[in-house]
Design a binder for this molecule. Structure first.
Ligand code: PEP
Ligand code: MN
Length: 344
């Protein structure tokens, strides 16, 4: 149940309502907005008559929350959540581009990519050091050495870092390097991992599970938030369907659907979504058009020699094209993309 206080409600009235709710057996979470306070009461029974609360002094309205999540819900926080990472604001007017290789492979590869994507206006460098691979015989990532290369390359080119955390045992190490911690599709419902990420002071980039509904995906964000970390970014990366002509089916309808249910920023990863290099640019355009707050794009200096996800990784010139095209689409919508930083 959500209790919305009057704009002019004073502290004493708010406290009195909280006390009353507690005495009725509810756990109360308070959200103090610019204009008014909102109280979330957890533990409402179906037979509870909400008028018992609606009549209290200072209460404007009371409504039941039908969603099973609260912190992630639009009815709990009305305004879009903005997340600041250094000089980058995620969830604001700027369409934020995270780009880089699927995996960090060596110094040269990650430095070349960082330099290149930064020059084009990407602000966050991606690269996996701990990789979730379908086959145990595939390249598993460089681990700690890869994390260090990623951080060094990002620092050398004024970028922030996003990288995937696969297990609780690596949490401290990943958090010491990453500005944003990625939870991959396969771990979207790794609840122990989500709970631990609730305790860290890094935004969590939560990819949608391969067969997760929108509600399950938001519930996973709720895990992180309920454990204390309000900074979750959702990322649509394609779901499994019956259609074999693309690696996954990129569910772009999820963007406006999630945005009506949640205040959290929503990104799109067309690279994993479609899995085919020459289909990434059109889907990136569509993602921006449909209202995504940002994109995650795989780029590699030599995609055909990549140790993971080569077929979906963009060549550098394709990335140039992508940035040009999304700047146009963003402009039509009154949004921006960080400027190019091509040195003379
Ligand atoms: C990745 O970003 O390289 C990755 C493994 O993504 P996903 O979890 O979406 O498959
Ligand atoms: Mn990948």
């Amino acid at each position: 149940m959500v209790v919305v206080m009057n704009v002019g409600a004073d502290e004493a009235q708010i406290e009195a309502v909280i006390d009353k709710l507690n005495s009725l057996g509810f756990d109360v979470h308070r959200s103090t907005g610019v204009n008014r306070s909102v109280l979330g009461a957890v533990g409402v029974k179906p037979e509870f008559d909400t008028r018992r609360v609606a009549v209290l002094d200072g209460v404007s309205e009371v409504f039941r929350v039908t969603e099973p999540y609260k912190f992630a819900s639009r009815s709990w926080v009305e305004m879009d959540t903005e997340i600041t990472v250094g000089d980058v604001t995620i969830g604001g007017n700027e369409v934020v581009v995270m780009a880089g290789p699927c995996s960090v492979e060596d110094e040269d590869q990650i430095h070349k990519t960082a330099e290149f994507v930064a020059a084009q206006g990407a602000t966050i460098l991606r690269g996996g050091a701990f990789k979730p691979r379908s086959s145990p015989y595939s390249f598993q990532g460089l681990g700690s050495a890869g994390l260090k290369m990623l951080r060094d390359a990002a620092d050398a080119h004024g970028l922030h870092v996003i990288t995937e955390l696969m297990e609780v045992g690596h949490l401290d190490e990943v958090v010491s390097v990453a500005d944003i911690v990625q939870v991959g599709a396969r771990n979207m419902q790794n609840f122990p991992l989500l709970k631990e990420l609730g305790k860290v002071d890094r935004p969590v980039f939560l990819k949608r599970g391969l067969s997760a509904t929108v509600e399950e995906w938001i519930m996973s964000a709720e895990y992180v938030m309920a454990h204390g970390n309000p900074y979750v970014i959702l990322c649509e990366r394609g779901i499994r369907t019956f259609e074999p002509s693309t690696r996954n089916t990129l569910d772009l309808s999820a963007v406006p659907v999630v945005k009506s249910k949640s205040h959290l920023p929503v990104f799109v990863d067309p690279s994993h979504g479609v899995g085919i290099r020459n289909k990434v640019v059109p889907l990136a355009r569509a993602a921006v058009a449909v209202g995504a707050d940002g994109l995650m794009i795989e780029v590699h200096p030599n995609p055909d020699g990549a140790l993971s996800d080569g077929p979906q990784s963009l060549e550098f010139d394709q990335f140039v094209d992508l940035m040009k095209q999304i700047r146009l689409i963003a402009g039509v919508l009154g949004r921006t993309v960080a400027p190019e930083r091509i040195s003379a």
